[in-house]
Design a protein around this ligand. Structure first.
Ligand code: GLC
Ligand code: GLC
Length: 820
């Protein structure tokens, strides 16, 4: 492979990725905001903002799949004589003398220079504020006086992002704004049922404005050459219907060497029903005024920014590693943890591949996401677990998705994905191990959000396990239902109708023999966790009910292990499933897709048949048949034709998505399998293949998407362009990469009574230190691998040897030395 063009590099000291060429192979984006107000921002300032829900509270407009790509965002136009340019290059695309975009932890700084003027914009959402700050610093670096004309630009979305792109017969008549001083208010639908409005403010006097898009841009012009800007003349337009925008116009004179700051603020406000208006038709702006007053000077903004940086310092101080390998350290210490926070916040809702109008939060997705996040802000993970469990049904099944704004289960998609219940165990156990907070199990949690139906969370866990046991097929393996983790393996959906959704069609299931080995493995892994939890509970409470429950579930787990060994083994690897008719899927007997990754991952993690050599054979088969230069593909060989009995999986062309793509999410399952088996060299080589920093070094052009985070899918070996990435940011890969490296490779595992030390490393690993805050304790753990891949020999805690591999928890600062 020849050396590929590079578009940027890591700056670890500032925890930034620095983009030095605006024409990246795809927009490289960042996320702003941490709790309520969120923005997506690309390296050319494209993107949009929303409050809590990307569908129902979209604040600014964005057009997906546009030509050219990534059009629409927060733009500053600088008119300097005849030249008009933007600090982020787009939309004018005037060549710049210098361009740089720094994506950092919840902030982005874009700097452009042209003809002796530097414009640098810092974008961030201050903690606990419902606003995006855009601090623009203009500096005259020339020897002449500069007279500049500055135009800001935002385009309002008419709140519901779906109807905004559809219902033009209504939309073109509803838009309303108010203008007051340097603030432009967007109040479409405020007169009726909306109790919210947005505003765009600048902390300077303006010499003009525009709020009507056509007037500002011109009917036959584009964002690249808005008429008002090109002519240097704002129109002071007032939008009535059509497309409301917000643009400030400011005339600026800068002496040589002089610089000026402007604080732009995009805010969101909610009013009480009886406080909506200050006069007929006039918005009550009190809260907007208050919010503006909190952020109307450079000093206030700098302080808010410093607070945001401290917030991230604290979060990233919880788990820190020093291995001496920069590529590993920067992913563990910065970007992997950052991506985990973003996926926790956004689930699969809004990215440059997820339009924000589609699905809500996934039951299984959210449970997995929180495992990557629970060490950062445990109370938020706790609340998430309760929210998720509240969408469960009394029989243990659950809604596949729920809406974040209402927290209600999503009826469009419904339930019947039979892996879903197990994930609740996975998430809850991770939370308790991190925090020691068993009280979450006593929380009263409803079914389907119905008041009066509450039972304890523990009861929810129990029925989750039972849901699997009560839905076994002819081989005593779990029935797959609509699909398991692989949403596209639709074994009970027989569809010849292109207008039917694979996800929601279940034509047949009566009499089905479709069983899943992936759920079998998942059940054994989470079943063992559940048994251990019950044992802990009985130990702590002296209540024999818990030990009985542990025994009951252990039996079910043992039975499942036997069923897998008997009916789930193909000779060299685990089968993937049985179809509706009871025929093998993922078997050497099959014509295509002879082996699948998911069951190899889960059954090796579950150590099913380890003594019989199944685990080692399965892992070897992954290397032999699934591994390629860019990671492990999902199945091999790829499907080349549509198989009616299998559904969506065979609808994808070879090498993409669930049909033999490298679906990064599941690579860590095999890597953990390798770690549990003690095969550190193999674990590491699989891991490094999909570790963004290693990909960054080699494949910026080919990989296409952001080199600082994982993407959901990389084109597999059967694809036209193996190695090309898609669907960046919002993927369970983030949490799984984190879980894998923090607990299984580096080997620092939270446990009920302390921290278990159990690394699995490549032979080449050298001494490393992990700084781990855990509950009220702060551990400095140094590991001496001594060339060993696995197996802890000795541990000393504060200088004294301890037996076993669990450092018993006690508050305070501790030093731990581990030799392998
Ligand atoms: C997507 C979905 C996830 C699913 C996976 C495989 O990542 O968010 O729920 O398990 O695809 O189909
Ligand atoms: C589509 C995607 C799959 C995703 C699913 C979620 O089928 O291909 O990756 O998991 O939608 O609904």
């Amino acid at each position: 492979m020849e050396q590929q063009k590079r578009y940027g590099h890591f700056d670890d000291q500032h925890r930034e990725y620095v983009i030095t060429d605006p024409q990246t192979p795809w927009p490289w984006i960042n996320y702003l905001g941490n709790e309520d107000f969120f923005s997506l921002i690309s390296n050319t300032a494209g993107g949009y903002s929303f409050y809590k829900d990307a569908k129902f509270r979209r604040i600014t407009r964005y057009r997906y799949n546009n030509v050219p790509m990534d059009n629409g965002g927060r733009y500053f136009y600088i008119k300097d004589g005849d030249s008009v340019w933007n600090p982020g290059w787009k939309p004018c695309k005037t060549p710049l003398d210098f361009y740089e975009c720094r994506h950092g932890m919840s902030y982005t700084r874009i700097t452009g220079r042209k003809n002796g003027v530097e414009a640098s914009v810092l974008f961030f959402v201050p903690l606990k504020k419902w606003a995006e700050v855009q601090k623009l610093t203009l500096k005259n670096e020339s020897n002449e006086v500069k007279t500049l004309k500055l135009f800001s630009f935002e385009e309002w979305c008419l709140w519901n992002a779906a109807t905004d792109m559809e219902n033009f017969q209504r939309n073109f008549s509803t838009g309303e704004v108010e203008i007051e001083g340097s603030t432009i208010y967007h109040k479409t639908e405020y007169r009726e049922r909306r109790n919210h409005y947005a505003f765009y403010h600048v902390n300077a006097e303006i010499q003009g404005f525009d709020t009507d898009r056509e007037t500002f841009v011109g009917l036959y012009n584009e964002f690249a050459d808005p008429q008002a800007v090109m002519e240097g003349k704002p129109r002071n337009s007032h939008a009535h219907g059509w497309s409301p925008i917000a643009s400030h116009y400011i005339e600026i004179t800068l002496q040589p060497g002089e610089s000026k700051d402007f604080v732009f603020l995009l805010g969101y406000i909610e009013n009480e029903q009886d406080e909506k208006f200050s006069a007929p038709q006039v918005i009550n702006k009190q809260k907007a005024h208050a919010l503006i007053a909190e952020l109307d000077t450079t000093e206030k903004v700098d302080k808010a920014f410093a607070e945001l940086c401290e917030y991230w310092d604290a979060l990233l101080n919880i788990y820190k590693v020093k291995t001496g390998n920069d590529k590993l350290d920067r992913m563990v210490n910065i970007w992997n943890q950052y991506q985990c926070m973003v996926t926790f916040n956004f689930s699969r809702s809004a990215s440059f591949f997820e339009s924000g109008v589609g699905r809500g939060m996934g039951f299984r997705d959210s449970n997995q996401d929180l495992v990557g996040f629970v060490h950062q802000i445990p109370p938020r993970a706790r609340q998430r677990i309760i929210d998720i469990a509240s969408t469960q049904f009394p029989d243990g099944g659950c809604y596949h998705q729920y809406q974040p704004l209402t927290k209600r289960g999503n009826n469009d998609i419904g339930g019947g994905f039979n892996d879903d219940p197990c994930w609740l165990i996975f998430g809850t156990v991770a939370y308790i191990k991190e925090t020691g907070d068993f009280s979450i199990l006593d929380e009263m949690v409803p079914f389907d959000n119905q008041p009066g139906s509450e039972v304890t969370l523990f009861e929810h866990l129990k029925i989750s396990m039972d849901h699997v046991i009560k839905n076994l097929g002819p081989h005593m393996l779990p029935l797959i239902g609509r699909a398991d983790w692989n949403d596209c393996l639709n074994l009970n959906c027989f569809s010849w109708d292109p207008n039917e959704s694979f996800q929601t069609t279940e034509n047949v299931s009566e009499g089905t023999k479709a069983e899943s080995l992936m759920i079998a493995g998942l059940f054994v892994v989470t079943g063992k966790d559940y048994v251990a939890l019950c044992q802990k509970l009985s130990e702590y409470s002296d209540n024999s009910e818990y030990s009985d429950e542990a025994a009951r579930m252990q039996q079910a787990v043992d039975a499942m292990i036997e069923a897998v060994k008997k009916h789930g083994w193909d000779g060299e690897w685990y089968l993937r499933a049985y179809d509706f008719y009871g025929r093998k899927i993922g078997s050497n007997e099959c014509e295509e897709a002879k082996i699948f990754i998911e069951s190899q991952g889960w059954c090796t993690m579950a150590e099913i048949g380890a003594e019989e050599g199944m685990v080692a054979k399965s892992l070897d088969s992954c290397k032999k048949y699934l591994e390629c230069e860019h990671g492990m593909v999902l199945n091999n060989p790829a499907f080349t034709k549509y198989i009616y009995e299998y559904g969506e999986i065979s609808s994808y062309p070879e090498g993409y998505k669930e049909n033999a793509g490298i679906f990064c999410h599941n690579n860590p399952w095999v890597i953990i399998g390798e770690c549990i088996a003690g095969r550190g060299n193999d674990a590491w080589s699989h891991y490094a293949k999909i570790l963004p920093s290693y990909v960054e070094e080699k494949y910026q052009t080919l990989h296409k998407v952001e080199p600082y985070v994982n993407c959901q899918m990389v084109a597999g070996k059967d694809a036209y362009k193996p190695g090309e990435g898609k669907n960046s940011w919002l993927t369970g890969t983030a949490a799984w990469m984190w879980y894998t490296v923090s607990e299984f490779i580096l080997g620092i595992k939270p446990d009920y009574d302390g921290i278990r030390i159990d690394p699995c490393l490549p032979e080449t690993a050298t001494d490393y230190t992990v700084q781990r805050k855990f509950r009220e304790a702060d551990y400095t753990i140094t590991i001496h691998p001594n060339g060993s891949q696995k197996g802890v020999k000795t541990i000393t805690l504060d200088g004294k040897p301890i037996s076993g591999t669990v450092i018993p928890y006690s508050a305070g600062k501790h030093t731990v030395e581990v030799t392998m």
